[in-house]
Ligand binder design. Structure first.
Ligand code: FAD
Ligand code: NAP
Length: 541
């Protein structure tokens, strides 16, 4: 593959403008061309520009934007909600709804973001709190937009007909709306004693579920809340645990029916009805998303009860005011071909402290501690969209997965080993310390020795004084990466969406520019083309 080097493009788009580096580069090129500053600028073909900007600029000039199908290019998890909403301002309502969602197509709500937005607009979906990564901030914005189009009586007919959840609700275990029971089989810790992290290898037995999956898919798990937290909430409520709520008890509903994490606005609204004076005012402010005491982000349900002691809300009204407990998804870290009848996950347990109280990530600590071998858990397979091995097993692959980002790559390696895929495999793995955090060390070393893992490049961020991350290692071996790319390699990145994935993309673009001798705009275009051709795929969270 070769592209002729070009002079650098002048910058029209400030660094602070809310575009990705890729979008900014393309826009600078476009404006340079439009203003005649750079004869050599060739705008991307319309289809490529549409992919880069989701159709916003229609491959020509901003004036050609198609308001009905703009693709929401600002829908970027790393962009603050306020900026996303600003960019979506004036767009059709489904696009504004989509801009409020926090992470593109993570799948946890059971839809793609566009389908969730369309479903809300068509009123075939009325749950405004399904976006797990967006949490309260997103559900608040969705509520505001919902009220806006309700009161404006915008014709829902403008939305596409019958938006469907990403997976078929009818098929058992293929959607969050129709989970099945599988058997928790085992867990073992992947970090050695002394590590600052707590990451678990989890095995789940699929016997009796009729479930299967392909590598690249994710696995949805319905967790249960920590019983100690449930007990503390019952105490603060001063309500009997066996109080009937529908056909269940209060304890049961608190255990697996409702989220006890961020206290929802509705709870504060309920509190505002039950109290007076300054406390009423505070509860109202909190319900409106304000932060009168500067502690709003620390208020889970128990902390909210403690903040308004003695209110004793009616338990049924209390439960009504809480959000439903949502499933969480995890990248599958096994191949059925290497691990028949089972699925494995690689789960980082979220535990932290606020105000001297241990807070627990509900699902990661459920899998990493509360569930026992033999227990039945509610699960489903979340089909991957654009995250899969190349169809051609002879293609080389480059996998970049620090931390839990290794999960799908363990699955890829198992799969390619099981089918004797001739394609070369290169893994970049990194974590804090080589002695404690080298996940799947024996397996990877064995695969390396057997020649199945062609290259294993490691980055330890806390072994020395200097932080070494995967992207630093990528830059060191940039020439080889460029060679692999020219030989048709597919590139994958998995793990942290907010920082790592962006830094890896920047490193890749710089490598392409340096070793391909391309101008930055062309390097960005090269990477955009890799993405458009499904040769650069991400599974980030
Ligand atoms: C497609 C996809 C694949 C994924 N794959 C994996 C995977 O392979 N492995 C994996 O471990 N996870 C993975 N995740 C993340 C996973 O779905 C959950 O989000 C994660 O396990 C946390 O869920 P939880 O229920 O334990 O925590 P929650 O109860 O949801 O709590 C997490 C929240 O706690 C808060 N929080 C966390 N730490 C702190 C802190 N120090 N201080 C203050 N607040 C804090 C943050 O608000 C955070 O959002 C994936 C996510 C997606 C979308
Ligand atoms: N939604 C959730 O609640 C949830 C749950 C689990 C994990 N996560 C997030 O998911 C991500 C994965 O967590 P994890 O446990 O797998 O590992 P991680 O925290 O991402 O750490 C893995 C390695 O990546 C390094 N790293 C930090 N910043 C980086 C960057 N900009 N570029 C490249 N590498 C970088 C870390 O180094 P240092 O730490 O030494 O800097 C560490 O060596 C994290 O962002 C984590 O916060 C979120």
């Amino acid at each position: 593959m070769s592209m002729s080097p070009r002079p650098p493009i002048p910058s029209f788009i400030p660094e602070s403008a809310p575009f990705t580096a890729e979008q900014r580069t393309w826009l600078n090129g476009l404006f340079a061309g439009l203003f005649g500053l750079q004869d050599s600028i060739t705008p991307l073909p319309a289809a490529d520009a549409a992919k880069l900007f989701g159709g916003l600029f229609d491959g020509a000039a901003p004036a050609a934007a198609e308001p009905e199908d703009d693709g929401a290019p600002w829908h970027d998890p790393a962009m603050p909600l306020a900026d996303r909403m600003k960019l979506a301002d004036g767009r059709p309502m489904p696009r504004r709804l989509m801009a409020a969602m926090a992470q593109q197509d993570c799948g946890q709500c059971g839809y793609n973001c566009k389908d969730y937005a369309d479903a809300l607009f068509a009123k075939s979906e009325d749950r405004l709190n399904l976006c797990v990564p967006g949490g309260k901030e997103t559900s608040r914005m969705l509520k505001q937009l919902y009220q806006e189009f309700q009161s404006a009586a915008v014709a829902p007919a403008a939305a596409p007909a019958e938006p469907k959840p990403a997976s078929t609700a009818a098929a058992p275990g293929r959607s969050r709306d129709n989970p099945v029971y599988a058997t928790f089989f085992s867990r073992h810790r992947l970090n050695k004693p002394g590590s600052e992290k707590e990451t678990w290898h989890i095995e789940i037995d699929l016997a009796g579920t009729a479930l299967d999956y392909v590598v690249g898919d994710s696995f949805g798990v319905f967790p249960a809340n920590d019983p100690d937290l449930v007990a503390a909430v019952l105490t603060a409520l001063d309500a009997p645990s066996d109080l009937p709520i529908g056909d269940r008890t209060l304890r049961e509903v608190l255990t697996d029916g409702v989220s006890l994490s961020p206290a929802p606005d509705m709870l504060f609204q309920l509190f505002s009805y039950l109290t007076g004076g300054q406390r009423k005012q505070k509860a109202k402010q909190l319900a409106a998303g304000e932060d009168p005491d500067g502690d709003a982000v620390t208020l889970d349900v128990l902390a909210a009860l403690h903040k308004f002691p003695g209110l004793r809300p009616d338990p049924e009204a209390f439960i009504e005011a809480l959000d439903p407990l949502q499933p969480r998804v995890y990248s599958i870290s096994s191949s059925l071909k290497g691990n028949p009848g089972r699925v494995s996950l690689t789960v980082d347990a979220v535990r932290y402290e606020i105000d001297d109280r241990r807070r627990l990530g509900v699902c990661s600590t459920f899998l990493g501690g509360r569930v026992s071998p033999g227990d039945k858990i509610r699960v489903y397979v979340q089909k991957a969209q654009h995250f899969a091995l190349p169809d051609d097993p002879s293609k080389p692959i480059i996998m970049i997965g620090p931390g839990t980002g290794i999960a799908p790559f363990r699955a890829f390696l198992q799969e390619r080993q099981a089918i004797n895929a001739p394609g070369r495999n290169w893994l970049f793995f990194g974590h804090q310390r080589s002695d404690y955090d080298f996940f799947y060390r024996d397996e990877l070393v064995a695969m390396r020795e057997a020649g199945h893992l062609t290259r294993l490049t490691l980055a330890w961020s806390r072994d020395g004084n200097e932080k070494i991350y995967v992207q630093h290692r990528m830059r060191e071996v940039g020439r080889d990466l460029w060679t692999w790319l020219n030989e048709g390699a597919h590139v994958y990145v998995c793990g942290d969406a907010l920082r790592m994935a962006k830094d890896v993309e920047t490193a890749l673009t710089d490598i392409v520019a340096e070793h391909g001798r391309l101008a930055p705009a062309d390097a960005a275009r090269f990477v955009a083309e890799l993405k458009a051709n499904d040769r650069y795929q991400a599974d980030v969270y």
